[in-house]
Design a protein around this ligand. Structure first.
Ligand code: DGY
Length: 322
């Protein structure tokens, strides 16, 4: 008998057709997120779940007594309660590699967008303020030849470093749990302590995955170490920084600007201070959101799920559950 699988969001017909070859598929058809109570009901008989950001915790597992595998269409898996999954023998998979270049492109877009004030100046033109040459109050900062500090030197960090070093002649440093001698040799990047990296960099890009060690890794003390001209970019998870401390640093001029794809609460609440701050570029968590990359991620996640449910070892089981 084919295993029952539930898909809790929209995926392409190709992904669904692939899954249907091996599994009995049920899915959430609406474009709005599935309400939690409906999801829990849907999981009563499911052996597999294909998801993205859904919290997979003790409550969900309790409501899904037959659940064997959860496959996430994301590289980050901070929505997995790893202890609860381990205790219940549930396989968890994610989609690394296929999104590295796409997320790296977005980090560069945020660096360029904040440094050259692209969103602000777009508004300036569209609001009819462009009557003569712009005054120096609208000047931005150079990205080329500036100093970049990358926090979290995984595959995406290396892809950002490659672009920065060879595309923009930047001086690239990184901070990571462990040194990366190969990346240092191939990309000409320097290892620095976190504090030195914060103090030296013109651009700081946060790429560390969200874990108990990286939760609020960058707070008031760390923002104070940065240059007043520094631009802070976050394409990791909102919780890796203390958002209140970032707001304060931007308002006080402790740093110059921020480019953010991720937030403590997503979608960002309507009255959030970032929404009225001109020196903050805000994006709706689109790091991997290109047609091609999201299609590749969804198909990879579907394959991971089929492997997990048909007795094969999925290539992309998350490290902590291997
Ligand atoms: C992921 O896959 O975890 C990224 O946040 C997508 O943008």
């Amino acid at each position: 008998m084919k295993p029952n699988v539930f898909i809790d969001r929209n995926v392409s017909s190709e992904v669904e057709a692939y899954l249907a070859q091996y599994c009995t598929v049920d899915k959430w058809e609406e474009s709005s997120p599935i309400p939690r109570e409906i999801l829990l009901k849907k999981l009563e008989n499911a052996e597999g779940l294909l998801t993205a950001g859904t919290q997979v915790d003790a409550e969900l597992i309790e409501n899904a007594p037959r659940l064997k595998a959860v496959s996430s269409i994301s590289v980050g898996y901070n929505h997995f309660d790893l202890d609860a999954m381990r205790e219940n023998g549930i396989i968890g998979t994610h989609t690394p590699h296929v999104l590295d270049d796409t997320v790296a492109d977005l980090a560069l877009a945020l660096m360029l967008g904040t440094a050259r004030r692209v969103a602000e100046l777009d508004r300036y033109v569209k609001e009819g303020q462009w009557k003569a040459g712009i005054g120096n109050t609208w000047f931005g900062q150079d990205v080329h030849h500036a100093k970049l500090g990358i926090i979290g030197m995984g595959r995406i960090g290396e892809a950002v470093a490659r672009r920065a070093r060879f595309g923009f002649d930047m001086d690239v440093a990184y901070f990571n749990r462990s040194r990366k001698p190969e990346a240092e040799a191939q990309l000409g990047v320097r290892y620095l302590s976190l504090n030195d990296l914060l103090a030296e960099s013109d651009f700081i890009v946060m790429l560390a995955p969200l874990t108990t060690e990286t939760n609020k890794l960058i707070g008031q003390e760390q923002f104070k170490l940065m240059k007043p001209t520094a631009i802070f970019i976050n394409v990791s998870r909102g919780q890796t920084i203390d958002e209140a401390a970032l707001i304060e640093a931007l308002q006080a001029g402790t740093i110059t600007a921020a480019g953010l794809d991720v937030f403590e609460q997503e979608p960002i609440p309507e009255n959030h201070p970032f929404l009225t701050m001109n020196n903050v570029l805000t994006l709706p968590h689109i790091g991997s959101a290109t047609e091609a990359t999201r299609a590749n991620m969804a198909m990879l996640a579907a394959r991971n799920l089929v492997h997990a449910l048909t007795g094969q070892t999925p290539t992309n089981t998350v490290a902590e559950l291997r």
